[in-house]
Design a binder for this molecule. Structure first.
Ligand SMILES: Nc1nc2c(ncn2[C@@H]2O[C@H](COP(=O)(O)OP(=O)(O)O)[C@@H](O)[C@H]2O)c(=O)[nH]1
Ligand SMILES: [Mg+2]
Length: 278
């Protein structure tokens, strides 16, 4: 990333001209921080002393983030149940596999559930990941009821002492039924067996301001407990992560920065902001 660096060093040497401010505004907007945060940063540029500008911007960004915990809620009894939700193509299946791998590597017993049953390719994709990382993948017949598979997964996870149950869901349905109803149903049937601990919304870091709208749509129907932002590798648009958390007050918990299985890290707010400012 490093979106601000050249400007911050410029502003520390001389007062920002109107042209500088306009150019900086364009950069902030194109990084997907959104108009509100952009205006706030520009105000700081106009107001703050140059030597304290970068600290002031960092503090301002930080103050917009939630104070909720960013660590994954882990169940102390039964399995820790994680539903992965979001729009098609954002990186749900990849992120489900990355998380599964992360916990499997740390010695946990993990079960993946392929609840995107509307696309055969989606099931196959998760199965391929499962084989590669040595994690079992539960799937049903194509077009079978995703909630039924999730229910089976929950039962197995509980009965067989799995530590984690990670459910990959569909981003779009080609039936008439509504995606949000479907997600609600998945949650309800799983909760007949064991509580759902996390509902993680996968946000495509390159998606633009539309990502906030997507997140709001999901948040209106299911109780999102965290955000995973993906595709931050090589992106200059990392602002959407901050803007989405600021808007929803749902904590960013993980960052995906590549297509490989290890390209996942916990979200570190201070580090992330520092990198934006570099
Ligand atoms: N560069 C990059 N690509 C990613 C990342 N996460 C997922 N992808 C790619 O994005 C595409 C869609 O991912 P997928 O997991 O199938 O999305 P889903 O439709 O939400 O399940 C695939 O080609 C993934 O390899 C990431 O962090 N960085
Ligand atoms: Mg998928």
């Amino acid at each position: 990333m490093g979106l601000f660096g050249s400007f911050l060093s410029k502003f520390s040497k001389s007062k920002a001209t109107i042209e500088d401010l306009e150019q900086f505004r364009q950069i902030l907007i194109s990084s997907d921080l959104g108009v509100k945060i952009t205006d706030e940063i520009l105000d700081l540029v106009k107001r703050e002393k140059s030597e304290s500008l970068s600290t002031a911007i960092a503090a301002s960004l930080k103050s917009r983030l939630t104070t909720s915990a960013r660590t994954l809620k882990v169940s102390s009894v039964g399995p820790t149940v994680i539903l992965i939700v979001g729009v098609n193509g954002t990186g749900k299946t990849t992120s489900a596999a990355k998380l599964a791998n992360h916990y499997a590597r740390s010695g946990k017993k993990v079960l993946l559930v392929a609840a995107d049953t509307f696309r055969a390719a989606a099931v196959a994709q998760l199965q391929t990941w499962g084989q590669r990382i040595g994690v079992e993948v539960l799937s049903g017949a194509s077009n079978s009821d995703p909630a039924a598979i999730a229910f089976d997964g929950a039962k197995r996870a509980k009965e067989e002492g799995f530590d984690f149950l990670i459910v990959d869901t569909a981003g779009r349905l080609h039936t008439k039924s509504n995606l949000m109803d479907e997600l609600g149903k998945i949650q309800r049937v799983v909760e007949k067996v064991t509580p759902v601990d996390e509902i993680l919304f996968v946000l495509d870091g390159t998606t633009g301001q539309n990502g906030i709208k997507q997140a709001e749509t999901f948040a209106a129907s299911v109780n999102l407990t965290g955000i995973m932002v993906t595709k931050l590798d090589g992106s200059t648009k990392g602002g959407i992560a901050i803007a989405t958390e600021a808007q929803l007050q749902v904590p960013l918990k993980f960052v995906g920065f590549g297509e490989a299985i290890d390209d996942l890290a916990p979200f570190d707010a201070d580090g992330y902001i520092a990198e934006l400012l570099t």
